[in-house]
Design a protein around this ligand. Structure first.
Ligand code: 1HE
Length: 274
């Protein structure tokens, strides 16, 4: 288990059993993300400890992140700008296309690069204070941390265009409706819910988690027939794993969790052991 340590100047780290907890900790700058912080996050997920099965990405203060550390935007050349943006793409890909499912806790500002970081996580749990914006439009720049690829796939090009052209800010409830977050919980409840979800995810067959992170987004980008074929391969690989066989035996012996529709306060349906 161990207590809290630091991965880098603005990233705290703690492991609770199979769950890694990474905390953005730069409250005085509203968790503005400098290059080292973004690289630290990517490097962690590119080479996560073998006993980590799921992760929570949260913040130590009332804001998730105010985005790119604008003091870094003094890039001197066009080429520096390309490299700076690519310097975000790689770490965010390491998160999204890694092997560890990441649950983020969104509250307060989820702005610009902060939103881009959140979009690279797999499950987003928002609190009512969360708000989403892309002020790049007003700052005379364009998104550079993957938003033009990830956000339209969630909310559509037209809504992202609105956010960039008009500075429109989406609130937590709009974010839930549009799929920016999958969960909306009460004030101060985000972290506990994220840990609970991460715990649930950590119990899955690792092959299933791998398939969800690696195969699912690729299949979603394929033509339907190619997707169906890759799906059959992934299905066979997961079914052939020892853990899948154990879980099937448990179910057939009446010892497995049943699917129980349970209306939670915010309408979530969860699996419960009967
Ligand atoms: C920052 C940053 C930052 C705050 N980089 N220093 N993101 C933005 O355009 C959002 C800019 N930030 C804000 O709009 C506001 O700070 C907040 C709405 C998030 C919070 O407001 P507030 O009133 O609580 O705080 P504040 O007084 O504005 O800021 C506190 C300090 O944090 C202040 O520094 P101080 O030394 O004067 O105390 C701010 O300068 C500092 N700060 N946000 C640097 N972002 C891969 S490309 C991605 C491109 C982008 O992300 S563009 C969007 C950038």
């Amino acid at each position: 288990m161990g207590g809290q340590s630091s991965l880098s100047e603005f990233v705290l780290y703690e492991q609770r059993g199979p769950i890694a907890i990474l905390t953005l900790d730069r409250p005085s700058k509203r968790n503005a993300l400098d290059t080292t912080t973004v690289r630290t996050l990517g490097a962690f997920f590119a080479d996560a400890p073998a006993d980590v099965a799921a992760a929570v990405l949260t913040s130590s203060s009332e804001h998730f992140s105010a985005g790119l550390d604008l003091s870094e935007l003094t890039a001197t050349s066009v080429f520096d700008g390309v490299l700076h943006s690519r310097g975000w793409h790689e770490p965010l890909n390491q998160i999204q296309l890694g092997t560890i499912p990441v649950v983020s806790v969104l509250r307060g500002a989820v702005i610009g690069g902060g939103l881009e970081l959140a979009l690279a996580t797999h499950i987003r749990v928002a609190e009512p204070t969360a708000y989403y914006a892309l002020p790049e439009g007003s700052r005379g720049i364009f998104v550079g941390g993957g938003a033009s690829v990830r956000l339209p796939r969630l909310i559509g090009v037209h809504r992202m265009a609105d956010m960039m052209l008009t500075g429109r800010v989406l609130d937590a409830s709009e974010g839930l409706d549009l799929g920016i977050s999958q969960y909306l919980v009460g004030d101060g409840e985000g972290f506990d819910r994220a840990v609970q979800l991460a715990g649930r995810i950590a119990e899955n067959n690792p092959v299933t988690n791998y398939a969800v992170l690696q195969a699912l987004p690729r299949i979603a980008e394929m033509g339907p027939q190619e997707g169906l074929f890759v799906e059959s391969l992934m299905a066979a690989i997961s079914q052939g794993s020892d853990r899948a066989k154990e879980l099937l035996e448990e179910f057939l012996a009446g010892r497995a969790a049943k699917v129980v529709a349970q209306e939670k306060r915010d309408g979530d349906t969860v699996m419960e052991t009967a």
